[in-house]
Design a binder for this molecule. Structure first.
Ligand SMILES: Nc1ncnc2c1ncn2[C@@H]1O[C@H](COP(=O)(O)OP(=O)(O)OP(=O)(O)O)[C@@H](O)[C@H]1O
Length: 343
């Protein structure tokens, strides 16, 4: 469904340049649900805009839904759905009419567009809102309308740029229910970006992490976490001297795992915390180190990013936000992007 090789995109801004995507290789097969993760400015939206043919690559190739994004952008657009970060719905028409208009943009006849509008209204639980104007919908309802707009022409591949951002937890869960159903009941391939690591972790079968325009990890979340991050064992001691001794003992117990001591806290990263903790506590007891608390925790996708880059995804996001404010550029808004994609 998506086959990218050596994809790059450079933006020129006032004599300088930004390499937003640097040699991206990616294969996504039919029916997969892929979460594309990375800090602010990692290049996620730029990739999506290239995959959807809204932006030409600087170099490299991408074949999406069987069509080349450079030589056959219209072919790509006819076969995919794209829901950008901003809503693609206008304000003047009613919800059903928005969907019918979208269907017409994709070349459906009026009766076909009406039929498809009713189908996607039912699919996204929007039937009771069909006669409302988009401006009167809640954030979650509006996001469902955006997804419905992306589905009117029955694409086999749907791109979603941060589908759940800015929604309350209940609406986020609801959006996810619909995304999962799309895949399970209709076999739609879904490629989405998100900043919510827990959502990607729990929902997506495959997680692709990008940083500085390159893929740095790709696989099932569980495998990435066990291969790249490992469990954590954290203990606290009475004083720093005991913590230093506990860290020394941890080096022996943890094998190839990583050990860090900070004040009275010692942290071990190991592949199986449950197997290490009893032996560790026994060794500490034998050495006369008094342990005040001991706990184990499973790794998160943030731990995976930390292990790969030395930075936390959340911290990187905060830095990205700060830089983002300073950057000018030629960025065009994504407003009405679903419609653009249909044009
Ligand atoms: N049109 C543009 N002109 C100039 N620079 C751009 C343009 N679009 C993106 N960039 C820059 O390219 C880099 C990648 O941006 P992109 O929006 O793809 O990142 P992202 O991973 O989607 O970030 P976010 O999570 O904040 O949406 C950033 O440094 C951004 O400022």
């Amino acid at each position: 469904m998506i086959h990218a090789r050596g994809l790059t995109r450079r933006f020129k801004i006032k004599g300088a340049h930004v390499d937003a995507v640097r040699g991206l290789d990616l294969d996504v097969e039919e029916g997969q649900l892929v979460a594309f993760l990375g800090p602010n400015g990692a290049g996620k939206s730029t990739c999506l805009r290239m995959f959807t043919s809204l932006l030409p690559p600087t170099s490299g190739t991408a074949v999406v839904a069987g069509r080349d994004v450079v030589s056959d952008p219209a072919g790509v657009r006819a076969r995919i759905g794209y829901v950008g970060q901003k809503s693609g719905a206008g304000e003047n028409f009613r919800v059903r009419d928005e969907l019918v208009t979208q269907g017409r943009c994709y070349g459906l006849t009026r009766p076909q567009a009406r039929e498809r509008a009713d189908e996607v209204l039912a699919m996204l639980d929007l039937g009771s809102l069909a006669e409302r104007k988009p401006g009167t919908l809640s954030g979650g309802q509006r996001r469902r309308l955006d997804i419905a707009l992306g589905l009117v022409h029955r694409p086999r591949l749907l791109f979603l740029d941060e589908p759940s951002t800015g929604l309350d937890p209940q609406s986020r869960a609801n959006i996810w229910e619909h995304i999962l159903r799309l895949r399970e009941e209709h076999g739609t391939t879904v490629f989405l970006t998100t900043h919510y690591l827990e959502e990607a972790d729990n929902m997506a079968a495959r997680v692709v992490i990008v940083d500085h325009g390159r893929v740095i990890a790709d696989g099932a979340a569980g495998r990435l976490k066990s291969d790249l991050a490992g469990d954590r064992v954290t203990i606290t001691t009475r004083d720093a001297a005991d913590a230093a001794r506990a860290a020394g003992i941890a080096e022996r117990v943890a094998g190839s795992g990583e050990v860090t001591a900070d004040g009275t806290t010692v942290l071990l990263r190991v592949s199986h915390a449950g197997a290490v903790l009893p032996e560790y506590l026994r060794s500490l007891d034998e050495a006369g180190v008094k342990v005040l608390t001991a706990e184990t925790s499973r790794p998160t996708l943030d731990d995976v990013f930390l292990a790969l880059t030395g930075r936390s995804l959340r911290e990187s996001d905060a830095q990205g936000d700060a830089q983002g404010g300073e950057q000018g550029g030629e960025q065009g808004g994504e407003q009405g992007a679903s419609r653009d994609a249909a044009a």
